[in-house]
Design a protein around this ligand. Structure first.
Ligand SMILES: Cc1cc2nc3c(=O)[nH]c(=O)nc-3n(C[C@H](O)[C@H](O)[C@H](O)COP(=O)(O)OP(=O)(O)OC[C@H]3O[C@@H](n4cnc5c(N)ncnc54)[C@H](O)[C@@H]3O)c2cc1C
Length: 273
């Protein structure tokens, strides 16, 4: 399955080994019950149990290989995930196609979240034109150096991080889910998030992995863990208990403690925004 991402990018599932069944066999070998036939409910229940209790090693028995085409700045973020194996196109041995990522619209720096960005307030047409012209110039210079007999490995230094690259990458399911947790999050940059979205769509289409993906989505992606004071807050509300003391929360979490608590509930009960 191949999905297009951004303007020239894509993610394609090349191969995968294993399934929910392999996870179950790997988990059950510990009690020598890996050859027993179990019911669907038992299988689903065990996968949920493994995810809920962070018994992640059985998920390492499933491996997936993708071919990804993406801008270099997204590849740099992706490759921070050290548990993947990568093979990338070489700009030493190959003259690059020089396709550049042109965002549909620009974004301004985030107001509260320094990692984030927000919609551009003004008219971005002029700056988008400037960005496009920068790519055209870089492309012209790259091709001029190549036609002047400069080696690929040196000519490439004029190319910006918006140029596309491609790689094959292989990862086990445990580390893939960890990647998705980080890169689907709203704190991750939009341009890598859309690749993570594409991978999640691909996984959701693999019926062989449906117990794992559903358990992970419910317990990890859309679930929440709570700190001790947050739990005390919830317990206080549920039991209408006098244990819940605003001063305790403020003392433990600082002056913004109650605001943060409200934030936890907003995220937990509404959305991940
Ligand atoms: C929103 C966001 C912002 C970021 N900003 C920055 C930034 O400004 N600067 C920056 O440099 N990076 C940044 N990163 C990258 C981040 O610090 C991690 O390098 C990246 O997300 C990979 O995560 P990981 O190490 O958990 O994953 P992987 O490298 O895939 O590792 C998976 C897991 O294996 C284990 N592991 C792997 N290697 C080791 C090791 N050497 N020792 C111990 N355990 C190990 C850990 O449990 C780890 O969680 C950012 C990431 C995100 C998602």
């Amino acid at each position: 399955m191949k999905l297009n991402v951004l303007d020239h990018g894509s993610v394609e599932l090349i191969d995968f080994m294993g399934s929910d069944l392999r996870v179950l066999q790997a988990a059950r070998v510990s009690t020598a019950s890996h050859r027993e036939i179990k019911t669907e409910a038992q299988n689903k229940g065990l996968i949920n149990y493994l995810v809920a209790n962070k018994h992640w090693s059985p998920f390492e028995q499933v491996c997936l290989t993708f071919h990804v085409k993406l801008p270099i700045f997204v590849a740099r973020q992706w490759m921070r995930h050290r548990t993947w194996s990568y093979n990338e196109i070489s700009a030493r041995y190959t003259k690059l196609e020089t396709e550049f990522y042109e965002p549909v619209g620009l974004r301004a720096p985030g107001l509260t979240n320094h990692q984030g960005s927000v919609n551009f307030a003004g008219d971005d047409a002029e700056l988008l034109g400037y960005l496009k012209r920068s790519f055209v110039k870089a492309d012209t210079r790259y091709k001029k150096l190549i036609s002047g007999n400069v080696a690929n490995e040196l000519a490439r230094v004029v190319l910006p991080v918006g140029v596309y690259t491609e790689f094959y990458c292989t990862v086990n399911l445990r580390n893939l889910l960890h990647f998705l947790e980080l890169r689907l999050h709203t704190h991750a940059q939009y341009e890598i998030r859309v690749y993570a979205d594409a991978i999640l769509s691909i996984l959701e289409n693999q019926i062989e992995l449906s117990y794992t993906i559903n358990a992970w989505k419910s317990l990890v992606l859309n679930g929440r863990t709570m700190s001790e004071p947050e739990l005390a807050f919830v317990r206080g509300i549920l039991l209408n208990s006098s244990d819940f003391n605003k001063d305790v929360i403020t003392a433990e979490l600082g002056p913004k403690g109650l605001d943060r608590m409200a934030d936890v509930f907003r995220i937990a009960f509404k959305d991940r925004a």
